[in-house]
Design a protein around this ligand. Structure first.
Ligand SMILES: C[S@@+](CC[C@H](N)C(=O)[O-])C[C@H]1O[C@@H](n2cnc3c(N)ncnc32)[C@H](O)[C@@H]1O
Length: 342
């Protein structure tokens, strides 16, 4: 092989992958040590080390690492570096800010690490048989990480998607199916003052949503119902069913989508936001790191286009499918269909 000094070794990609775990640990440590809260007002490694009783030299090294990762800013003041939280991330990383997502990030970092430890086992005897929904786990997730990610990401994405739907003026009824803590439903009710809605989720999670609806003062227009999408009634007469990141967890997709269709009024919209497995490598590289853990634990992620085919088969019309980059962790697909008018 001909080599110049800037030739990149074929193994560099693999080394980069190995090194990215150091970045993950640095981010995890920074959140758990409360570093972003302290750096809300930019300051030096010395001040942070003194405040947190940390080793000064290693605090400096960690801050430089976070700066190199574009999580912190760094500027020279006299003979010292002053570090601050990168302005585009401050709303999400500084505790107390509206979009704070630190606990969700720590949860993501830890659960991905846990998956890594389980991966060899999942290829052998531990290969997963789909489980019944773990209700307590979902309720806990709704309280913290799903709630934070809805506030920081999903709500804005949902409002942008719903804004594209034609003809939903006036009094309308919507269902947020598998809505978790219900912040999407709350945002829709705020944005469309004539709409009434329901959050449907497993009973313990529906209680979390009920508390959030109560806190938002929207009990007159929003309700929360507990049940299992697979077995229980989800109501009827909806102009819109919004369902994001839920279908992966349900068996018998065709039965669930039939149920959704039957719950819609003629011409009503079904919006599903879910991941699809792209056929191209570049797109797969963005989707698979997040969805491999789900796939290997027996959840479902469909090949690109499969949801459109199924919705068409089940009588939906005017179906569109658009990639949504603004979504937690990895791009999702927004597939929209209308129940036929007859
Ligand atoms: C990944 S979360 C998505 C939450 C929300 N839709 C969002 O996008 O932020 C999946 C949700 O589906 C709910 N879920 C899973 N299986 C369910 C079932 N069989 N019946 C009702 N809800 C279910 C979970 O409780 C959880 O709130």
């Amino acid at each position: 092989m001909e080599m110049n000094l800037d030739t990149i070794h074929p193994l560099q990609g693999c080394w980069d992958i190995a090194l990215s775990s150091v970045k993950a640990h640095a981010l995890d440590a920074a959140i758990q040590l409360g570093i972003f809260g302290f750096l809300k007002n930019p300051t030096t490694a010395e001040a942070l080390a003194e405040f947190g009783h940390l080793d000064l030299a290693n605090t400096g090294h960690l801050l430089d690492m976070l700066w190199s990762m574009e999580v912190l800013t760094r500027r020279g003041v006299g003979r010292s570096w002053v570090y601050g939280v990168d302005p585009k991330l401050a709303a999400f990383l500084v505790p107390g800010e509206d979009g704070y997502c630190g606990d969700a990030l720590v949860h993501r970092l830890q659960s991905l690490r846990q998956f890594g430890a389980q991966l060899p086992n999942l290829l052998g005897d531990g290969a997963h048989v789909p489980q019944a929904p773990q209700a307590a786990g979902w309720a806990q997730a709704a309280e913290v990480q799903i709630g934070q990610e809805q506030g920081a990401v999903t709500v804005a994405a949902a409002l942008a998607c719903v804004d594209r739907l034609q003809g939903l003026t006036g009094a309308r009824r919507f269902l947020d199916l598998g809505g978790g803590p219900g912040k999407v439903a709350v945002a829709l009710a705020d944005a469309y003052p004539q709409w009434q809605g329901m959050v449907f989720d497993l009973p313990e999670t529906a209680e979390v949503a009920q508390r959030i609806i109560h806190r938002a003062g929207l009990e007159q227009r929003l309700e929360s119902r507990g049940g299992d999408i697979g077995h229980d009634r989800i109501g009827e007469g909806y102009d819109l069913v919004w369902c994001s990141s839920v279908l992966h967890f349900l068996p018998e997709l065709s039965r669930v989508i039939t149920k959704i269709r039957d719950a819609l009024v003629p011409g009503g919209y079904f919006v599903s936001v879910h991941a699809e497995l792209p056929s191209g490598r570049e797109a797969a590289a963005r989707v698979l790191p997040y969805y491999l853990p789900l796939l290997m634990r027996g959840r479902r992620v469909w090949p690109q286009g499969a949801m459109i085919d199924l919705m068409r088969e089940l009588g939906f019309e005017s179906i569109t499918s658009t990639e949504l980059s603004y979504f937690p962790l990895a791009p999702a697909q927004v597939v929209i269909g209308r129940k036929d008018q007859s």
